[in-house]
Design a protein around this ligand. Structure first.
Ligand code: GDP
Length: 282
């Protein structure tokens, strides 16, 4: 399967971000805990260099806790402030303000005394690829529904400043996804977590890749959830899921594609367990 996705509005989003980033002192780079590496965007890293210091590792509730700890240590080692969180939960948002203040401490101290900006709120923005939970985070952080959220990639549109509290002012920006993945494994992982529109994906093939990964990295999970044998080859295994889960076509036959979609949904929603797709290279 060849993954490529670069909707027209993304070019515009990148230009917009180039402008927006000039306005801020600090950035929150959001990524998914399930794939911290492939959910980073080289364009964003380039645009935000010297700006973002804080990595929000979101959807921690869906990820493998041990791997999240490894990733957190890895990013800290590289000089970032790191928070892992479930953006849907409002608890822990106060500690994020403390961390962003800490991350900006030097910048605040270097502000000129004379121009009356010493005590101005820190201006920040959330950046990241679609579907990592940027809007959800902003809603929770701001304590009210001030940013649109949705479960489809690319839903965050337009920009807005949000006065969060006396310390932080936040600019909401659209996510950006790079046009071509040199490494198709990256494309595959993004597709698996739902950051590429499902309409352009071959769900059957995606499920094959997911099952291959799970059999190797999380043996026993598929057997446990679907009561299938992991000794089977992948196609047989997915067919067995169709039978056991009554994924049937109109004629009452086991429907392979429905089973494939079910496995992907269960993975995305966390029903298959706490799974992380990649490890830091230590
Ligand atoms: P954005 O495109 O980055 O702004 O992503 P959204 O904020 O629209 O979130 C995408 C989907 O992920 C929505 O269905 C959210 O409810 C869900 N979501 C966001 N944060 C979390 C989280 O921490 N945990 C889980 N399980 N789901 C989340």
């Amino acid at each position: 399967m060849n993954f490529q996705w670069y909707p027209g509005h993304m070019t515009k989003a990148k230009r917009q971000m180039q402008e927006d980033i000039k306005l801020i002192e600090s950035g929150y780079r959001a990524c998914g805990c399930k794939n911290p590496l492939s959910s980073r965007n080289p364009d964003i890293d380039e645009l935000g260099k010297n700006k973002y210091r804080l990595i929000l590792m979101n959807k921690a509730d869906l990820a493998d806790k041990e791997r999240t700890r490894e990733w957190s240590a890895f990013f800290k080692e590289k000089g970032f402030f790191v928070v892992s969180l479930d953006a849907r939960s409002k608890s822990g948002m106060k500690s994020i303000t403390d961390i962003v203040m800490e991350a900006c401490k030097e910048k605040i101290e270097r502000r000129p005394e004379s121009v009356g900006i010493k005590n101005r709120p820190v201006r920040a923005m959330v950046v990241g690829i679609p579907n990592v939970g940027k809007s959800t985070f902003i809603n929770s952080y701001a304590g009210k529904a001030c940013a649109k959220t949705g479960n489809k990639p690319g839903v965050t549109k337009g920009k807005q400043w949000i006065r969060l509290n006396k310390s932080v002012e936040l600019l909401d920006t659209p996510g950006i996804l790079w046009p071509k993945f040199e490494d198709q494994t990256v494309g595959l992982r993004l597709a698996l977590i739902g950051s590429i529109k499902d309409e352009i994906l071959n769900v059957d093939e995606l499920a094959v890749e997911l099952v291959k990964f799970l059999k190797a990295e999380y043996p026993g999970l598929l057997a446990q959830r679907y009561e299938v044998s992991e000794e089977n080859d992948i196609i047989e295994l997915i067919s067995a899921v169709a039978v056991n889960r009554k994924c049937l076509s109109k004629g009452g036959e086991p429907d392979y594609s429905k089973a494939a979609a079910l496995i992907i949904d269960d993975f995305r929603s966390g029903k298959l367990g706490h799974i992380t797709l990649e490890r830091p290279e230590i």
